[in-house]
Write a protein that binds this ligand. Structure first.
Ligand SMILES: Cc1ncc(COP(=O)(O)O)c(C=O)c1O
Length: 322
Protein backbone atom coordinates (compact mmCIF):
# COMPACT_ATOMS: atom_id res chain seq x y z
CA UNK A 1 0.00 0.00 0.00
CA UNK A 2 1.25 3.47 -0.89
CA UNK A 3 2.47 5.64 2.03
CA UNK A 4 -0.06 8.26 3.18
CA UNK A 5 2.31 11.08 2.37
CA UNK A 6 2.10 10.20 -1.32
CA UNK A 7 -1.64 10.19 -1.48
CA UNK A 8 -2.07 13.20 0.83
CA UNK A 9 0.43 15.50 -0.86
CA UNK A 10 -1.39 17.70 -3.37
CA UNK A 11 -0.84 16.58 -6.93
CA UNK A 12 -2.46 17.21 -10.31
CA UNK A 13 -3.46 14.23 -12.40
CA UNK A 14 -1.42 14.79 -15.54
CA UNK A 15 0.01 11.35 -16.32
CA UNK A 16 -1.88 8.41 -17.74
CA UNK A 17 -0.97 5.77 -15.20
CA UNK A 18 -0.34 2.95 -14.70
CA UNK A 19 1.91 2.97 -17.74
CA UNK A 20 2.27 -0.36 -19.59
CA UNK A 21 4.87 -2.82 -18.34
CA UNK A 22 5.45 -5.96 -20.40
CA UNK A 23 8.03 -8.45 -21.63
CA UNK A 24 9.98 -7.44 -24.73
CA UNK A 25 9.45 -10.76 -26.48
CA UNK A 26 11.54 -10.19 -29.62
CA UNK A 27 14.55 -8.78 -27.78
CA UNK A 28 14.26 -11.43 -25.07
CA UNK A 29 14.23 -14.16 -27.73
CA UNK A 30 17.11 -12.59 -29.66
CA UNK A 31 19.38 -12.01 -26.66
CA UNK A 32 18.17 -15.13 -24.79
CA UNK A 33 17.24 -13.01 -21.81
CA UNK A 34 14.16 -11.98 -19.89
CA UNK A 35 13.80 -8.24 -20.47
CA UNK A 36 10.72 -6.22 -19.43
CA UNK A 37 9.99 -2.61 -20.26
CA UNK A 38 8.09 -0.06 -18.16
CA UNK A 39 6.80 2.41 -20.73
CA UNK A 40 7.09 5.73 -18.92
CA UNK A 41 7.59 7.30 -22.33
CA UNK A 42 3.80 6.82 -22.47
CA UNK A 43 2.80 8.97 -19.49
CA UNK A 44 0.94 10.94 -22.15
CA UNK A 45 0.75 14.56 -21.06
CA UNK A 46 2.58 16.84 -23.53
CA UNK A 47 4.34 13.87 -25.18
CA UNK A 48 5.02 12.14 -21.87
CA UNK A 49 8.23 10.86 -20.28
CA UNK A 50 9.43 10.68 -16.69
CA UNK A 51 9.09 14.43 -16.07
CA UNK A 52 5.30 14.19 -16.08
CA UNK A 53 5.30 12.13 -12.87
CA UNK A 54 7.50 14.75 -11.17
CA UNK A 55 5.40 17.60 -12.53
CA UNK A 56 2.20 16.26 -10.95
CA UNK A 57 3.56 17.27 -7.52
CA UNK A 58 5.49 20.38 -8.58
CA UNK A 59 2.65 22.09 -10.44
CA UNK A 60 0.22 21.33 -7.61
CA UNK A 61 2.64 23.03 -5.22
CA UNK A 62 2.96 26.03 -7.54
CA UNK A 63 -0.83 26.33 -7.67
CA UNK A 64 -1.16 25.96 -3.90
CA UNK A 65 1.40 28.73 -3.37
CA UNK A 66 -0.67 30.94 -5.71
CA UNK A 67 2.32 31.46 -7.99
CA UNK A 68 1.85 33.62 -11.05
CA UNK A 69 5.20 32.78 -12.67
CA UNK A 70 7.23 29.59 -12.96
CA UNK A 71 10.93 29.81 -13.72
CA UNK A 72 13.06 26.88 -14.79
CA UNK A 73 16.11 26.13 -16.92
CA UNK A 74 17.56 23.49 -19.20
CA UNK A 75 19.04 22.77 -22.62
CA UNK A 76 17.22 23.82 -25.81
CA UNK A 77 16.05 20.22 -26.16
CA UNK A 78 15.07 19.91 -22.48
CA UNK A 79 12.22 17.47 -21.86
CA UNK A 80 11.64 19.00 -18.44
CA UNK A 81 11.23 22.51 -19.88
CA UNK A 82 8.72 21.13 -22.40
CA UNK A 83 6.65 19.49 -19.65
CA UNK A 84 6.93 22.57 -17.40
CA UNK A 85 5.76 24.83 -20.23
CA UNK A 86 2.78 22.54 -20.80
CA UNK A 87 1.87 22.22 -17.12
CA UNK A 88 2.09 25.99 -16.63
CA UNK A 89 -0.11 26.57 -19.68
CA UNK A 90 -2.59 24.00 -18.35
CA UNK A 91 -2.65 25.64 -14.89
CA UNK A 92 -2.81 29.18 -16.30
CA UNK A 93 0.58 30.18 -14.86
CA UNK A 94 3.15 32.08 -16.96
CA UNK A 95 6.28 29.99 -17.59
CA UNK A 96 9.77 31.40 -18.10
CA UNK A 97 12.44 29.00 -19.34
CA UNK A 98 16.14 29.78 -19.35
CA UNK A 99 17.49 27.74 -22.27
CA UNK A 100 21.23 27.26 -22.54
CA UNK A 101 23.65 26.16 -25.23
CA UNK A 102 26.46 27.50 -27.38
CA UNK A 103 25.11 26.17 -30.68
CA UNK A 104 22.42 28.10 -32.55
CA UNK A 105 19.18 26.17 -31.81
CA UNK A 106 17.05 24.87 -34.64
CA UNK A 107 13.29 25.32 -34.30
CA UNK A 108 12.63 21.62 -33.82
CA UNK A 109 11.91 18.92 -31.23
CA UNK A 110 11.39 20.18 -27.67
CA UNK A 111 12.42 23.75 -28.56
CA UNK A 112 9.63 23.92 -31.12
CA UNK A 113 7.11 22.51 -28.63
CA UNK A 114 8.21 24.96 -25.90
CA UNK A 115 7.51 27.76 -28.37
CA UNK A 116 4.11 26.32 -29.28
CA UNK A 117 3.27 26.17 -25.58
CA UNK A 118 3.84 29.91 -25.24
CA UNK A 119 6.63 29.85 -22.64
CA UNK A 120 8.83 32.95 -22.42
CA UNK A 121 12.32 32.00 -23.52
CA UNK A 122 15.53 33.48 -22.09
CA UNK A 123 18.66 32.35 -23.94
CA UNK A 124 22.05 31.80 -22.27
CA UNK A 125 25.14 31.30 -24.43
CA UNK A 126 26.72 28.60 -22.30
CA UNK A 127 26.81 24.83 -21.99
CA UNK A 128 27.31 24.96 -18.23
CA UNK A 129 24.42 23.88 -16.00
CA UNK A 130 25.75 26.24 -13.32
CA UNK A 131 25.40 29.22 -15.70
CA UNK A 132 21.83 28.24 -16.56
CA UNK A 133 20.90 27.95 -12.90
CA UNK A 134 22.57 31.30 -12.07
CA UNK A 135 20.55 32.95 -14.84
CA UNK A 136 17.37 31.29 -13.57
CA UNK A 137 18.05 32.67 -10.09
CA UNK A 138 18.65 36.17 -11.45
CA UNK A 139 15.48 36.05 -13.50
CA UNK A 140 13.44 34.82 -10.53
CA UNK A 141 14.83 37.65 -8.35
CA UNK A 142 14.01 40.28 -10.93
CA UNK A 143 10.43 38.96 -11.35
CA UNK A 144 10.01 39.00 -7.56
CA UNK A 145 11.14 42.63 -7.50
CA UNK A 146 8.28 43.33 -9.92
CA UNK A 147 5.89 41.87 -7.35
CA UNK A 148 5.42 38.48 -9.00
CA UNK A 149 4.87 35.28 -6.98
CA UNK A 150 7.58 33.12 -8.47
CA UNK A 151 7.84 29.34 -8.29
CA UNK A 152 11.32 28.06 -9.14
CA UNK A 153 11.94 24.60 -10.49
CA UNK A 154 15.59 23.55 -10.66
CA UNK A 155 17.00 21.52 -13.59
CA UNK A 156 15.04 18.35 -14.15
CA UNK A 157 12.64 19.06 -11.24
CA UNK A 158 14.94 17.06 -8.99
CA UNK A 159 13.77 18.23 -5.58
CA UNK A 160 11.97 16.07 -3.00
CA UNK A 161 8.50 16.93 -4.38
CA UNK A 162 9.61 15.92 -7.87
CA UNK A 163 11.24 12.72 -6.61
CA UNK A 164 7.89 11.78 -5.02
CA UNK A 165 6.61 11.05 -8.52
CA UNK A 166 9.04 8.16 -8.68
CA UNK A 167 8.25 6.90 -5.21
CA UNK A 168 4.74 6.46 -6.63
CA UNK A 169 6.15 4.87 -9.79
CA UNK A 170 8.00 2.31 -7.67
CA UNK A 171 4.73 1.18 -6.04
CA UNK A 172 3.22 0.96 -9.52
CA UNK A 173 6.15 -1.24 -10.58
CA UNK A 174 5.53 -3.58 -7.65
CA UNK A 175 1.92 -3.94 -8.84
CA UNK A 176 3.24 -4.67 -12.35
CA UNK A 177 5.59 -7.36 -11.00
CA UNK A 178 2.74 -8.97 -9.12
CA UNK A 179 0.49 -8.99 -12.17
CA UNK A 180 3.28 -10.38 -14.36
CA UNK A 181 4.33 -12.93 -11.72
CA UNK A 182 7.97 -11.82 -11.75
CA UNK A 183 10.52 -10.64 -9.22
CA UNK A 184 13.19 -8.84 -11.25
CA UNK A 185 16.79 -8.77 -10.09
CA UNK A 186 17.49 -5.31 -11.57
CA UNK A 187 15.74 -2.10 -12.60
CA UNK A 188 17.63 0.07 -15.13
CA UNK A 189 16.89 3.60 -16.38
CA UNK A 190 18.64 6.81 -17.50
CA UNK A 191 19.80 8.99 -14.62
CA UNK A 192 20.81 12.61 -14.97
CA UNK A 193 19.63 15.10 -12.35
CA UNK A 194 18.87 12.27 -9.91
CA UNK A 195 15.17 12.74 -9.08
CA UNK A 196 13.97 9.58 -10.79
CA UNK A 197 16.73 7.60 -9.10
CA UNK A 198 16.13 9.07 -5.64
CA UNK A 199 12.39 8.38 -5.84
CA UNK A 200 12.88 4.75 -6.86
CA UNK A 201 15.36 4.25 -4.01
CA UNK A 202 12.89 5.58 -1.45
CA UNK A 203 10.37 3.07 -2.81
CA UNK A 204 12.91 0.28 -2.39
CA UNK A 205 13.73 1.33 1.19
CA UNK A 206 10.07 1.70 2.14
CA UNK A 207 9.09 -1.72 0.83
CA UNK A 208 12.27 -3.72 1.44
CA UNK A 209 12.37 -4.81 -2.22
CA UNK A 210 15.61 -6.72 -2.71
CA UNK A 211 16.54 -6.11 -6.35
CA UNK A 212 19.15 -3.62 -7.55
CA UNK A 213 18.29 -0.17 -8.86
CA UNK A 214 20.88 0.90 -11.43
CA UNK A 215 20.91 4.37 -12.93
CA UNK A 216 22.78 4.57 -16.19
CA UNK A 217 24.48 7.98 -16.10
CA UNK A 218 23.89 10.27 -19.06
CA UNK A 219 25.55 13.51 -18.00
CA UNK A 220 28.07 13.86 -15.23
CA UNK A 221 30.52 11.50 -13.53
CA UNK A 222 29.01 8.66 -11.56
CA UNK A 223 30.70 9.89 -8.36
CA UNK A 224 29.24 13.37 -8.61
CA UNK A 225 25.77 12.11 -9.55
CA UNK A 226 25.82 9.56 -6.70
CA UNK A 227 26.59 12.38 -4.25
CA UNK A 228 23.68 14.44 -5.59
CA UNK A 229 21.35 11.42 -5.39
CA UNK A 230 22.52 10.75 -1.85
CA UNK A 231 21.59 14.32 -0.80
CA UNK A 232 18.24 14.24 -2.59
CA UNK A 233 17.40 10.71 -1.37
CA UNK A 234 18.21 11.79 2.20
CA UNK A 235 15.99 14.89 1.96
CA UNK A 236 13.15 12.96 0.30
CA UNK A 237 13.60 9.93 2.56
CA UNK A 238 13.32 12.12 5.68
CA UNK A 239 9.80 13.05 4.57
CA UNK A 240 8.90 9.35 4.48
CA UNK A 241 10.91 8.35 7.58
CA UNK A 242 13.13 5.99 5.62
CA UNK A 243 16.78 5.42 6.44
CA UNK A 244 19.38 6.28 3.84
CA UNK A 245 21.26 3.22 2.65
CA UNK A 246 24.13 4.69 0.61
CA UNK A 247 25.34 1.28 -0.59
CA UNK A 248 22.12 1.00 -2.66
CA UNK A 249 22.98 4.09 -4.73
CA UNK A 250 24.40 2.63 -7.94
CA UNK A 251 25.24 4.87 -10.89
CA UNK A 252 27.04 3.41 -13.89
CA UNK A 253 28.58 6.18 -15.98
CA UNK A 254 30.31 3.87 -18.48
CA UNK A 255 27.83 4.70 -21.26
CA UNK A 256 27.87 8.54 -21.23
CA UNK A 257 30.49 8.69 -24.00
CA UNK A 258 32.11 12.02 -24.81
CA UNK A 259 29.57 14.18 -22.99
CA UNK A 260 25.92 14.86 -22.20
CA UNK A 261 23.82 14.87 -25.36
CA UNK A 262 26.56 13.59 -27.67
CA UNK A 263 25.43 10.29 -29.18
CA UNK A 264 27.56 7.18 -28.77
CA UNK A 265 27.84 4.21 -31.12
CA UNK A 266 26.18 1.97 -28.51
CA UNK A 267 23.30 4.44 -28.20
CA UNK A 268 22.81 4.66 -31.98
CA UNK A 269 22.78 0.85 -32.16
CA UNK A 270 20.30 0.59 -29.28
CA UNK A 271 17.95 3.12 -30.91
CA UNK A 272 17.83 1.09 -34.14
CA UNK A 273 17.64 -2.24 -32.31
CA UNK A 274 14.68 -1.26 -30.09
CA UNK A 275 12.88 0.34 -33.04
CA UNK A 276 13.36 -2.64 -35.35
CA UNK A 277 12.71 -5.37 -32.79
CA UNK A 278 9.93 -3.84 -30.70
CA UNK A 279 8.65 -0.69 -32.43
CA UNK A 280 9.94 1.36 -29.48
CA UNK A 281 11.62 4.71 -30.04
CA UNK A 282 14.43 5.74 -27.70
CA UNK A 283 16.46 8.98 -27.82
CA UNK A 284 20.13 9.95 -28.15
CA UNK A 285 20.45 11.79 -24.82
CA UNK A 286 18.86 9.52 -22.21
CA UNK A 287 16.96 6.34 -23.02
CA UNK A 288 19.26 5.31 -25.90
CA UNK A 289 22.33 5.45 -23.66
CA UNK A 290 20.47 3.64 -20.87
CA UNK A 291 19.36 0.90 -23.28
CA UNK A 292 22.96 0.58 -24.54
CA UNK A 293 23.93 -0.03 -20.90
CA UNK A 294 21.22 -2.67 -20.42
CA UNK A 295 22.29 -4.50 -23.58
CA UNK A 296 25.90 -4.48 -22.43
CA UNK A 297 24.94 -5.82 -18.97
CA UNK A 298 23.12 -8.67 -20.73
CA UNK A 299 25.89 -9.38 -23.26
CA UNK A 300 28.70 -9.29 -20.72
CA UNK A 301 26.90 -11.45 -18.16
CA UNK A 302 26.67 -8.70 -15.51
CA UNK A 303 23.07 -9.85 -15.07
CA UNK A 304 21.81 -13.42 -15.08
CA UNK A 305 20.09 -13.77 -18.48
CA UNK A 306 17.50 -16.18 -17.12
CA UNK A 307 16.25 -13.77 -14.44
CA UNK A 308 13.80 -11.00 -15.28
CA UNK A 309 15.22 -7.48 -15.49
CA UNK A 310 13.33 -4.24 -16.10
CA UNK A 311 14.23 -1.26 -18.24
CA UNK A 312 12.25 1.91 -17.48
CA UNK A 313 11.86 3.84 -20.72
CA UNK A 314 11.88 7.40 -19.36
CA UNK A 315 10.89 8.99 -22.68
CA UNK A 316 12.70 11.80 -24.47
CA UNK A 317 12.02 10.56 -28.00
CA UNK A 318 10.77 14.00 -29.10
CA UNK A 319 14.53 14.57 -29.52
CA UNK A 320 14.49 12.29 -32.58
CA UNK A 321 12.79 15.17 -34.41
CA UNK A 322 15.41 17.73 -33.37
C1 LIG B 1 13.96 11.33 -21.13
C2 LIG B 1 14.68 11.45 -19.84
N1 LIG B 1 15.12 10.32 -19.25
C3 LIG B 1 15.79 10.36 -18.08
C4 LIG B 1 16.06 11.56 -17.46
C5 LIG B 1 16.79 11.54 -16.16
O1 LIG B 1 15.93 11.79 -15.11
P1 LIG B 1 16.47 12.52 -13.82
O2 LIG B 1 16.79 13.92 -14.22
O3 LIG B 1 15.36 12.42 -12.85
O4 LIG B 1 17.70 11.81 -13.38
C6 LIG B 1 15.63 12.76 -18.04
C7 LIG B 1 15.94 14.04 -17.40
O5 LIG B 1 16.27 15.02 -17.92
C8 LIG B 1 14.90 12.71 -19.26
O6 LIG B 1 14.45 13.82 -19.85
Amino acid sequence: MKPNLLTNTPHCDLAFTPTPCYRLSNISADLECNLYCKRDDLTGFAFGGNKVRKMEYLIADAIEKQSDAIVTSGAYQSNFCRVTAAAGAFAGIEVHVVLGGTKEPTMSGNYLLINHLGARIHAVRSDSWEDWEAERQELADSLRKQGRVVYEMPIGGSVPLGAMGYVGAFYELLDDFKRLGINPTHIFFASSSGGTHAGLLIGKWLTGWEGKIIGIGTAKSGGRLSEEIRTLAKETGDLFNTTLQPEDIIVDDAYVGEAYGIPTKGCEDAIQYFARKEGIFLDHVYSGKAAAGVMDYIASGKVNRKEPIVFIHTGGNVELFA
